[in-house]
Design a protein. Structure first.
Length: 394
């Protein structure tokens, strides 16, 4: 398929961007006066003709994704939230942001103070925003995703296109030696508008549309930070917008993480005009994501069934509702139970006590007040899932 490649042009380097220039006089003298920046083509109206084997690969991956997603009405429905959180964590891991399941769950309810967990929680917010905004994918939606991602990051302007140069690799002082220098900031709004038009096309298979839009977004690199995570959230939003996914966030980033080097190489090939690698990379990631998603759902269902066996004698409706909550949020407080399950404080405390006696919950604090409870079995399942992906990466 004939796809336009990125061209490069030399532009003057200026030191007006505070903090980017090296400090010493000798380093300043050695800094080049120009640098090579990408000139990214518009793609909204580029004809797309997929080779038969590539189209077949995408169709096979789409069927796998659709079968898993169809379980959202029953088999997978109780685990929608945990799949979204797991996908967000895998997407963050591609950016070398890792956190234990416990730290992430604690951060989600305002407990703990670990920086990586808070950053990953931002990606959970961005993914939820992507799902909520999937029906209207425009510039405002993309900015809203970014605002959700970096809401608590004071080092970057959340929800705004970048106004300065960025680059991938090399040094922090100058883009010379960088692996890739995205387009000038002044070109970002027009390129994003073109991308929005491309995402509105209906002549491409959903996975192909999502893969190409994702690769174009990463090439534009419209933000100073968070481009990878927003780009993968956008991939999911496109699948929802096209109807290719309706119920769950299939852990595609887990599949990309499992073949991270190939994924990055596919993005490079895309910029050179070769789109087949990114199409195949996303197709394989969808299949791999379905496999790990099924495994995670199966393990969590086993955990829930084991709880039912332990809770037979002492359980009541509230205890079971709290047990279901733990699959979505494996770290809870009495206040969270009161608000989520809409029960009184004594009823919540009784349920938590029953779950503790059945070894479903343990107290993380040892305090008499303001206790935080966790489910070791759910957290172990989530950590095992992350470790399994890590082993595949290695």
């Amino acid at each position: 398929m004939d796809w336009p490649s990125v061209r490069f042009e030399n532009v003057a380097w200026t030191s007006r961007f505070e903090g980017l220039m090296p400090a010493s006089r000798r380093q300043r003298r050695a800094t080049p006066d120009t640098y090579s920046v990408a000139h990214v083509p518009h793609i909204a109206e580029v004809p797309v003709s997929l080779a038969g084997d590539v189209a077949g690969d995408l169709d096979d991956a789409q069927r796998s994704l659709s079968v898993f997603d169809a379980g959202g009405g029953g088999e997978v429905a109780p685990f929608v939230s945990v799949l979204l959180r797991s996908e967000s964590a895998a997407s963050s891991q591609i950016e070398n942001l890792t956190s234990s399941a416990r730290a992430l769950a604690e951060a989600e309810i305002g407990e703990g103070d670990r920086a990586n967990a808070s950053a990953i929680l931002g990606n959970v917010r961005a993914m939820r925003a992507a799902i909520d905004l999937a029906g209207a994918l425009d510039e405002a939606a993309i900015l809203a995703m970014h605002a959700a991602l970096l809401r608590q990051d004071l080092g970057h302007e959340a929800g705004a296109w970048r106004s300065q140069p960025v680059w991938i690799g090399g040094t922090a002082h100058h883009p010379s030696g960088a692996a890739f220098v995205p387009p000038l900031a002044e070109h970002v709004p027009g390129l994003i508008a073109d991308l929005v038009s491309f995402m509105d096309r209906d002549d491409l298979p959903p996975l192909a549309l999502a893969a190409l839009a994702h690769a174009q977004f990463e090439t534009i690199h419209p933000f100073t930070d968070g481009n990878g995570r927003i780009g993968r959230a956008l991939l999911h939003a496109i699948l929802l917008n096209t109807g290719a996914a309706r119920h769950v966030t299939v852990p595609i980033s887990a599949g990309l993480l499992a073949a991270r080097d190939e994924y990055f190489a596919a993005l490079t090939a895309y910029r050179e005009g070769d789109v087949e690698p990114i199409l195949r990379s996303v197709a394989e990631a969808a299949r791999a994501g379905v496999l790990v998603g099924r495994h995670l759902v199966s393990r969590l269902r086993e955990v829930r069934e084991e709880w039912d066996a332990r809770l037979t004698v002492r359980s009541d409706a509230t205890v079971r509702r709290v047990a279901d909550l733990l699959l979505r949020q494996p770290v809870v407080t009495a206040r969270l139970v009161i608000d989520t399950c809409e029960v009184s404080a004594p009823t919540a405390q009784t349920a938590l006590r029953s779950l503790g006696e059945a070894a479903v919950l343990v107290d993380s604090t040892g305090r008499s007040r303001g206790r935080v409870y966790r489910s070791p079995e759910v957290l172990d399942a989530l950590d095992s899932y992350a470790e399994a992906i890590g082993r595949r990466v290695g």
